[in-house]
Design a binder for this molecule. Structure first.
Ligand code: ADP
Length: 158
């Protein structure tokens, strides 16, 4: 059985993330969405809320599970614990590559963990959690950019 991890803060999950995770689910028997407790900025949603929104979004997608990535735990150790041989990441464009490539190389040097990059669909290239939050806070409609579970929570919160 081949398992992969899709890590991120998902504060909140948006359709760019959803598309990459759905494509990863076509490639692997099992995909673990690892929701990071470690966020540099103050998160809009708690870890529990971010996990719940991801669970609701992926409940119908076979082979996808959602787990917390606890603070202070290296991604390579998390992958070992859950039995994943690869990390899957989406690239919004070439500007994502330098940082992502150095992280991928570090992880491979640490434990042999491989990273697979999927070219993000152009329809979502403009999406980031930060932009979604900003537009929503200023009263813009982000219904097209986020899954239903996230849209509902954002509407409830405002
Ligand atoms: P971070 O871990 O920097 O907070 P995010 O949680 O926003 O990043 O995203 C997690 C991962 O999802 C990123 O590393 C990237 O691989 C992927 N991703 C984010 N936004 C997009 C997008 N618009 N299109 C494709 N992939 C994306």
């Amino acid at each position: 059985m081949h398992s992969a991890v899709c890590p991120g803060s998902f504060d909140p999950l948006h359709n760019g993330h959803v598309e990459i995770i759905a494509r990863a689910a076509n490639l692997f028997d099992e995909v673990i969405v690892a929701v990071s407790a470690n966020i540099h900025k103050t998160p809009l949603f708690t870890l529990e809320q971010r996990i719940e929104m991801a669970q609701e979004t992926f409940s119908a997608l076979r082979g996808v599970t959602v787990k917390p990535l606890p603070a202070g735990v290296l991604l390579t150790e998390f992958c070992k614990d859950v039995g994943a041989s690869a990390v899957v990441k989406g690239l919004r464009g070439t500007h994502d590559l330098p940082y992502e490539a150095s992280m991928a190389t570090m992880n491979r040097h640490l434990t042999g963990l491989e990273t697979i990059f999927l070219a993000g669909d152009g329809r979502y290239a403009h999406l980031s959690s930060t932009l979604v939050k900003e537009v929503h806070t200023l009263g813009g409609d982000i219904a097209e950019s986020v899954p239903h579970a996230v849209h509902r929570r954002l509407s409830d919160a405002s």
